[in-house]
Design a protein around this ligand. Sequence first.
Ligand SMILES: [Fe+2]
Length: 256
Amino acid sequence: MSRPVLAEDGYEHYMSRVSQSYRLEDLAGLRQEFGRLEQDEYAPVGVRRFRRYGNGVILPWEDKTSHWLPAVEDKAGGWRAGYDQGSNNPDHLSVRYFHALSESVKSNAILRALIEEDFSLTFWSCDGQQLPVYFGVHFVKLTSSGPSDPGISSPNFFHQDGEPFTFAHLIYRSKHMMGGENFIATTGIRNTRLEDAPIDQILARFTLSSTFESFVVHDPKVSHYVSPIIKCDEACEEITERCIILIDFSSTAQRL
Ligand SMILES: [Fe+2]
C-alpha cells in the first residue's frame, strides 16, 4: 500500500503485510480471543454483538511499538478499557467501558505487527513538540442465526468515527453469510442510511473475505458504513459470524 493513495482518496482497500508471513498459532490466539468476547452491553436489545477493547500509546520518536495502557477493574472484578468517541457516534455520546482485551492477546505477534504496520501508514502534521499517538483496538464479532436475526454494526448508517485513522482487518468470516459489505462515501452523506444514500456519493463498496483483508479510512475525508450480516442458510448448524479487528489512531494534546 502506498501512502499517497490514502492521503489523496481518504481510504484504501488492501491486504495487510502480515498476511505474507505469520505463525498459525498466533492466528489461533486471535481466534481464541474472539471466542471469548463478551456480549457488547451497549448493543441494542436483541443484537448479538460481542467485543473487547484495549488502548495504548505509541511514542513516534522512539521505537514505534505499542505501549498498552492498564485496564481498570470494575465492581464485579472484571477488567475494562474506556472508549470515548466524543460526539461522533450519535448512538453513544458518553464514554463506554468495554471489557478489556486479554493480556495474552495484547502480546500476540500478529496484533503487534498490525498495529505497527497501521501506524506506519498514518501521517500527522508535526508542528513543534511531538506527543504520543493514542491507539485503540477493538475486537468485534457479529453473529446471525438467520434473516430475522441480523448482526448489526454501530452506528447503522454512514458516519465518521472521529479518530483521524481507522483500520479494519478481517480475521474470520463464515460461509453462508450475506452482507457485511463495506461502503465508503463522501462526508456529505454522514448520518444517512444506505437506502437513502445518493449513489453518486458512494465512492467504493467491497466485502472483506480473506483473512487479513483490510481497509483504512482517513476519517476527515470520507464517511463509511458496513451492512448487517445475515446467515443465509438456516439449515447450516455452524455459527455464522464475522470477526474484525479495528485499530484507530488519534493525536494527543496537553490540557491545561
Ligand atoms: Fe465506524
